[in-house]
Design a binder for this molecule. Structure first.
Ligand SMILES: [Zn+2]
Length: 116
């Protein structure tokens, strides 16, 4: 069973990155950051509380959870880590709807490398 730990220090880093790049649509009160350790290839992943999940919970606003797998994330350089954080933030659409940006995954990957 994987255990998750809140990661306020990663949230702080994400806030700095978002400010620097003017990603003003991101509401950091509604993004939650967690770390876990697992022997898989995943470095980070974003999940969203999107439309169909909201159907039974219409009183809950959209939100996102980003999880970082320390098994891989902690092997990255500081710059790569920042790019990983940005990559996940770039999945969030301007509408902050709980859905995901329609940008292709490979384009997000390129953008994150270019911007940081
Ligand atoms: Zn991605």
């Amino acid at each position: 069973m994987v255990t998750y730990k809140e990661a306020p220090e990663l949230k702080e880093r994400a806030i700095v990155i978002a400010r620097k790049l003017n990603l003003n649509h991101i509401d950091f009160d509604r993004i939650h950051f967690y770390r876990y350790t697992c022997n898989t290839k995943t470095v980070a992943k974003i999940s969203g509380f999107f439309k169909t999940l909201q159907l039974p919970y219409p009183h809950i606003n959209p939100f996102y959870v980003i999880t970082f797998n320390d098994h891989n994330f902690e092997r990255e350089s500081e710059r790569e880590q920042n790019q990983t954080i940005l990559h996940e933030l770039l999945h969030i659409p301007k509408t902050f709807s709980g859905e995901f940006s329609r940008r292709a995954h490979k384009d997000i990957y390129k953008m994150a490398k270019k911007l940081l």
